[in-house]
Design a binder for this molecule. Structure first.
Ligand SMILES: [Zn+2]
Length: 267
């Protein structure tokens, strides 16, 4: 039997969104032979202009962030980025039908079976994230109605501890993960990718946070077709024999608590 081609398409707003949301997942699947594509709506030209003494000009920033994203996707083993070329912080102002049509056309060209994007709150509520969410959902439904691929749509979702640590206010699907992917083998790579976004304060802060915490999973919510609440699987294609997250994953709160107890007891 010929193995079926597996393909993930991530649709995001700014260079670094893909890494914050799914850097470990993209690396892991790319290494397993899955085709990984990332669409990025802007070059993030309104972002911060440097960290740790580094300083780039506003004019030079889009070129730098373009290069940062390319470098990161190479690290993952993903395909080169597909830039839509919209202006940072202006995705909500672009013609919505045109945006949906462009994303739909990319889906038809790439034929992903997994589409990954922001949920309805866009994690941070950034207007570009919201615009990308709405356009990607609309594009996904056009695509799925005209393909035999039976694609699935996922939103980035977060565990409660992560929401708290990031100081976010979220509800709905973005705090209801149904997929929990072990990225422990790729955590160092994800941190290195975040560090590659040298111009971006948020990426550096997230790298600091990953270094300080035992986090080693990336979590997503399957939006289409809908699935029952709770963690259902340990991957986009893998299913687990149990729906108990404590059994699914080695990095649960119980494990952390047990390790802390053991550490306290050791001399
Ligand atoms: Zn963003």
């Amino acid at each position: 039997m010929t193995p079926t081609r597996r393909c993930i398409l991530g649709v995001f707003a700014h260079p670094d969104d893909e890494t914050s949301c799914a850097g470990g997942t993209f690396s892991r699947y790319a290494r397993e032979g899955v085709a990984v594509y990332v669409v990025t709506a802007t070059r993030g030209e309104q972002g911060t202009l440097g960290t740790n003494g580094q300083r780039v000009t506003r004019h030079g920033l889009p070129r730098v962030r373009d290069a940062e994203l390319r470098a990161v996707l190479r690290m993952y083993g993903a395909e080169p980025p597909i830039f839509l070329g919209y202006r940072d912080q202006h995705v909500q102002q672009v013609d919505r039908d045109a945006l949906v049509a462009r994303i739909t056309a990319i889906m038809h060209a790439i034929t992903p079976d997994v589409v990954l994007t922001f949920g309805p709150y866009g994690l941070s509520g950034h207007p570009d994230h919201l615009a990308v969410h709405r356009a990607t959902v609309a594009a996904f439904h056009h695509y799925r109605q005209t393909t035999a691929a039976e694609p699935r749509l996922y939103y980035k979702a977060l565990l409660p501890d992560v929401v708290k640590a990031l100081g976010l206010t979220l509800e709905g699907p973005e705090v209801e993960p149904t997929v929990m992917i072990d990225i422990s083998a790729y955590k160092a790579l994800k941190i290195r990718a975040l560090r590659t976004y040298k111009t971006q304060e948020d990426a550096q802060r997230l790298a600091d946070l990953f270094e300080r915490t035992p986090w080693a999973v990336e979590t997503f919510h399957q939006a289409y077709p809908p699935v029952p609440a709770g963690v259902q699987s340990v991957g986009f294609w893998e299913t687990a024999p149990t729906s108990d997250p404590a059994v699914l994953m080695p990095h649960t709160r119980q494990d952390d608590a047990a390790r802390e107890r053991a550490e306290r007891q050791s001399p």
